[in-house]
Design a protein around this ligand. Structure first.
Ligand SMILES: NC(=O)c1ccc[n+]([C@@H]2O[C@H](COP(=O)([O-])OP(=O)(O)OC[C@H]3O[C@@H](n4cnc5c(N)ncnc54)[C@H](OP(=O)(O)O)[C@@H]3O)[C@@H](O)[C@H]2O)c1
Length: 268
């Protein structure tokens, strides 16, 4: 059974979410209506996915929907968008992906009693089935309705709202750290004399294999390193260089900076 979703703001993130939901058959082309102020986006979303995309606010779609997904940006007039939804007294679950806008602010803008609101920081690896979305349920949100939808674009972590900035900087920005690690590693392979093609394929395989090994064995990385690092060998030699470098601190500082930035943007 597919669910009816009405989306306001059909930008990059909404598109990625709906593409994954479509792929996993949680929604169908016919069960999705999107309002976007941009004519270009409306034309594209219709042509690419067959969604019912329109430029004007669609009261009927908002009233009939199981889920209303609010995908506009913090600098857009999200208060007006929510005011219009609130006016309709819709029974739909309202899911907001607007960065930095709190449940309290969303509920105030909706101005309707017992509004069923969920705030999420969405996973950005939507097409892969990997990655976590951080989900903060409002007081009246129906977990059983929102969960299957959010799970269609990755895994779900229910978190207290106080954790959302840490979640943004660490989990949702997470792929960026991995892309940087991959890039640094592949450059090292080329530096050591392997071709770019070899370096890329080996790094990707090792990242996937090491992740699978950590997951399957549930062993601590120190234990796996101990097995790999024989006395006086290559493993312990590279370990010494890593320990003497700013590798760990650099990564940790990058995460803390991203978390701080999420807090700063949320406060604006
Ligand atoms: N992209 C990500 O990786 C990511 C990750 C986590 C969270 N988010 C959050 O997701 C939200 C959307 O981000 P995005 O990257 O998808 O932005 P985006 O691509 O710029 O999409 C926003 C869309 O909403 C449209 N819009 C603005 N006001 C509207 C209104 N009143 N009614 C209907 N449509 C309206 C915009 O049209 P115009 O451009 O013509 O104004 C634009 O097409 C943001 O709040 C962001 O913080 C994004």
């Amino acid at each position: 059974m597919t669910i009816n979703v009405y989306t306001i703001g059909g930008g990059q993130m909404s598109e990625a979410i709906l593409r994954a939901a479509l792929k996993r058959k949680i929604v169908s082309s016919q069960s999705v209506t999107i309002t976007d102020v941009s004519e270009k986006r409306v034309t594209y979303l219709k042509k690419e996915y067959g969604f019912n995309a329109v430029q004007a606010f669609d009261e009927n779609a908002a009233t009939q929907a199981d889920i209303v997904l609010v995908g506009v940006r913090p600098q857009d007039d999200w208060k007006e968008v929510l005011r219009r939804i609130g006016e309709l007294q819709t029974k739909a679950q309202i899911i907001s992906i607007i960065a930095g806008v709190t449940l309290k602010q969303l509920e105030a803008a909706l101005n309707s009693q017992r509004a069923q609101v969920t705030r999420i920081i969405p996973n950005t690896l939507t097409d892969t089935g990997f990655g976590y979305s951080g989900v903060c349920l409002g007081e009246y949100a129906a977990k059983e309705i929102v969960t299957p939808f959010i799970e269609s674009f990755g895994k779900v972590d229910f978190i207290p709202e106080a954790q959302i900035d840490a979640y943004t900087g660490y989990a949702v920005c997470g792929p960026n750290y991995v892309y940087n690690f991959y890039l640094a590693l592949t450059n090292a392979g080329v530096l050591a004399g392997l071709s770019r093609q070899q370096a890329n394929k080996i790094a990707l395989e090792n990242i996937k294999g090491a992740a699978a090994f950590l997951e399957d064995t549930k062993k601590h990385p120190y234990e796996l390193l101990d097995t790999n690092n024989s006395a006086g060998g290559c493993g312990i030699t590279l370990q010494h260089e890593i320990d003497a470098s700013t590798f760990a601190a650099g990564l940790q500082n990058a995460v803390l900076a991203a978390v701080d930035k999420a807090t700063e943007l949320g406060g604006e």
